[in-house]
Design a protein around this ligand. Structure first.
Ligand code: SAH
Length: 265
């Protein structure tokens, strides 16, 4: 008797569930009812790219207003260039969402892309004009070099970490920065074959100014360089070459840069 009852209960349950499923099947959309998921077309890619470009441009404008103009950068050329250069193309993918924060970001090998305000400040202090020839020591991501190139400067940039030099060279080529020349070497010695330079910018901190860099400046040329102890606060200097053997230095305040390293050989 109870066995029969159990069978009956199980049977009615099956019938109710099956009925429910059939009922719902008619109402709920199931995968095959939706049809094919749209493939990513060229059109869709274009729309996505435009939306992204606009979002980044808005973020970049905000960075310039709050992190550059509000901090006292006044050069109209530098401000215009900071609004143009796509910093998000120079940061690793995992930091894309932070590309337009006013902070340095890791780029691998213990190195960083500099804070946008510092890039703007150093560029302003170099006091360059279109057609000038500038040497940069510390290519890193290539961002600072791109900022200079957009001012119609011919840029010679040296990076000591080989993979970073190669990555930056490839990135700058893809972004069509044809006036930037990247070299993998110890920047202590400068780039004698291309000297003298209208300006030299050093984006890693040595504890003393490398003499070869001073010698590769044109008379009237400017060197902008952080100098100070590793891991501590360094002082940013603007050094102007007044004559063959006279230099004038002005402090631009405290900064924090990665160390200027040397090759062992
Ligand atoms: N200008 C860079 C910031 C890079 S951080 C940017 O815009 O992204 C400083 C870089 O200087 C690091 O990549 C580091 O490897 C490099 N560097 C340190 N000592 C160097 C040296 N002696 N010669 C050349 N590059 C050096």
């Amino acid at each position: 008797m109870s066995k029969r009852l159990t069978v009956l209960v199980v049977l009615s349950l099956v019938i109710v569930l099956a009925g429910g499923a059939i009922f719902l099947r008619g109402r709920l959309p199931v995968a095959e009812d939706i049809g094919e998921v749209p493939q990513e077309t060229e059109e869709l890619q274009k729309v996505t790219a435009t939306v992204e470009t606009d979002l980044y441009a808005a973020a970049r404008d905000q960075m310039v207003e709050r992190g550059i103009i509000a901090y006292g950068i006044v050069s109209p050329e530098v401000i215009a260039v900071m609004r143009r250069v796509p910093r998000h193309q120079f940061v690793p993918d995992e930091y894309l969402h932070l590309a337009y924060e006013n902070n340095p970001l890791p780029i691998g090998y213990g190195q960083t892309i500099s804070q946008p305000y510092i890039v703007a400040l150093m560029t302003q202090e170099l006091d360059v004009e279109a057609g000038d020839k500038v040497l940069e020591i510390g290519t890193g991501s290539g961002y600072q070099a791109a900022v200079l190139a957009e001012l119609d400067i011919e840029v010679f940039t040296i990076e000591i970490v080989e993979p970073l030099a190669l990555e930056a060279e490839q990135r700058l080529e893809e972004l069509a920065y044809e006036s930037i020349h990247v070299r993998n070497a110890d920047g202590y010695f400068g780039w004698p074959e291309e000297a003298p330079f209208d300006a030299i910018i050093v984006t890693a901190a040595p504890d003393n100014i490398p003499q070869p860099l001073l010698q590769q400046l044109k008379i009237g040329g400017v060197l902008v360089i952080p100098v100070g102890p590793i891991g501590g606060v360094q002082e940013l200097w603007r050094v102007t070459r007044l004559s063959l053997d006279e230099f004038q230095s002005t402090s631009l305040g405290g900064v924090r840069f990665v160390p200027f390293t040397r090759t062992l050989d």
